[in-house]
Design a protein around this ligand. Structure first.
Ligand SMILES: CC(C)(COP(=O)(O)OP(=O)(O)OC[C@H]1O[C@@H](n2cnc3c(N)ncnc32)[C@H](O)[C@@H]1OP(=O)(O)O)[C@@H](O)C(=O)NCCC(=O)NCCS
Length: 160
C-alpha cells in the first residue's frame, strides 16, 4: 500500500513539536514501555523554532503522514548544514536528521520508512554529501535497512 506523505509547512509546527517530544520517549530497550520525558517550556520553544525553520524552504524540511484533521501520525524532520568544498566533493550541505517519530497507534504501517525516505530524497536533491542522525534502538533497524551505517572515525563533544 502506498503511504501518503506530504511536506510540512510552518503551521504544522505544533504537531511536529508534539511528535518530537514523543520521539524522545523511545525506550532504551527496544519495544518496551516508553520512558517519561517531561513537557515544559521547551516544547513551546521547539514549536517556535520549527515554525521559524520551516518558513525558509532552503534550510529545513519535514515530511509527514496525516492521521486526520489537525493530527499527524508520523514525521521525519531534518536540517541542511552548510559544508565546505573538499577534494572529493563540492556538495554544499550535509544533512542532519533530527526528529523521526510515529504515534504508537500508527506504528508498523511503513510511515517512518515513507517519511524518512522522502526526507533523504529531498536532502540528496538539495546537494547533501552525507546524512547523519542519532539513532534510537527502535529506529536502528529502519536506518540500517535504508543504508545507514556507523560512521567512525567521526567524534563529537557536548558543550556543558
Ligand atoms: C522507530 C519508529 C519511528 C518506527 O516507526 P514506524 O512507523 O512504526 O516504522 P515503519 O513501520 O516504517 O517500520 C520501519 C522499519 O523499522 C523496523 N521496525 C519498526 N517497528 C518495529 C518493531 N516493533 N519490531 C521490529 N522492527 C521494527 C522494521 O525494520 C521496519 O521495517 P519493516 O516493517 O519493513 O520490517 C517508531 O517506533 C517510533 O516513533 N519510536 C519512538 C521514537 C524513535 O525511536 N524514533 C527514532 C529516533 S532516531
Amino acid at each position: 500500500m502506498t503511504v501518503s506523505v506530504r511536506r510540512a509547512v510552518a503551521a504544522d509546527a505544533g504537531e511536529l513539536a508534539r511528535l518530537r517530544h514523543l520521539s524522545l520517549t523511545c525506550p532504551v530497550t527496544p519495544w518496551t514501555k516508553p520512558r517519561a520525558v517531561p513537557t515544559g517550556p521547551w516544547v513551546k520553544e521547539c514549536e517556535e523554532a520549527i515554525a521559524s525553520l520551516l518558513r525558509d524552504p532552503n534550510k529545513a524540511a519535514a515530511f509527514v503522514v496525516d492521521a486526520g484533521a489537525g493530527r499527524m501520525a508520523a514525521c521525519a524532520m531534518g536540517l541542511l548544514l552548510p559544508r565546505l568544498p573538499g577534494p572529493d566533493s563540492g556538495k554544499p550541505f550535509n544533512g542532519d536528521i533530527s526528529t523521526v517519530a510515529t504515534d504508537p497507534e500508527f506504528r508498523r504501517r511503513g510511515y517512518a520508512r515513507a517519511t524518512v525516505t522522502a526526507l533523504m530524497d529531498w536532502m540528496a536533491a538539495c546537494g547533501c554529501k552525507r546524512l547523519s542522525l542519532a539513532s534510537s534502538p527502535e529506529g536502528e533497524p529502519l536506518y540500517t535497512s535504508l543504508g545507514f551505517s556507523r560512521d567512525a572515525p567521526r567524534m563529537s563533544w557536548r558543550v556543558r
